[in-house]
Write a protein of this length. Structure first.
Length: 188
């Protein structure tokens, strides 16, 4: 036998698995497979005993509740309930048309929804300059404002603007606010 074939035989023996080693490897693989399968099955069949209810964070945001068979009716009822004091809805269009900057809009309408419990008002800011160009009177629940006349000159053309709504309490102190984009179209 040559030196090369003796060297290759000895190398082959180093990587050869005997019958006993083969059985150990198969047993180890079966144990790992059964363990992984058990973990997957346990995770799949795990259901929370109680619904998860998250509290508001420091910014007042609530992420929500996991809906289960036990709390589905309660969650559904929350959607039918009027908004809480700090929440409100306002109906409005977002494309406001003015014949000239100093004539009332022919289509700007804002309504304080009847589901609300508080008065609102809004400020209108021109995005280009961040200038306040209109401030509404207080709008009680169920009332609407459909005559809107700008208080600052706005050039002819289309102008992005922002409406910031304010919800106020009985003493007219701000409770919450939200901003909405609108487009002002000044015709002439």
């Amino acid at each position: 036998m040559s030196k090369k074939s003796k060297a290759s035989k000895s190398k082959a023996k180093k990587f050869e698995i005997t019958g006993k080693g083969f059985k150990i490897i198969i047993c180890a693989l079966v144990v790992v497979f059964v363990g992984v399968l058990a973990i997957v099955l346990l995770m799949r069949n795990t259901t929370p005993e109680e619904p998860v209810v998250l509290e508001p964070d420091e910014r007042g945001f609530i992420r929500g509740t996991v809906v289960t068979e036990d709390n589905a009716d309660e969650i559904r009822a929350q959607f039918d309930a009027p908004p809480e004091d700090a929440y409100f809805t306002a109906s409005m269009n977002v494309d406001w048309l003015f014949d000239t900057w100093n004539t009332p809009s022919s289509n700007a309408i804002v309504e304080n929804d009847t589901l609300n419990t508080r008065t609102i008002y809004f400020d209108l800011f021109l995005d280009e300059t961040d200038e306040l160009i209109f401030s509404s009177p207080f709008i009680p629940v169920g009332a609407s404002l459909d005559i809107l006349k700008l208080t600052k000159e706005v050039p002819v053309g289309n102008h992005p603007a922002t409406v910031t709504y304010y919800l106020v309490d009985d003493n007219l102190n701000e409770v919450s606010n939200v901003s909405v984009a609108v487009l002002l179209r000044i015709l002439g």
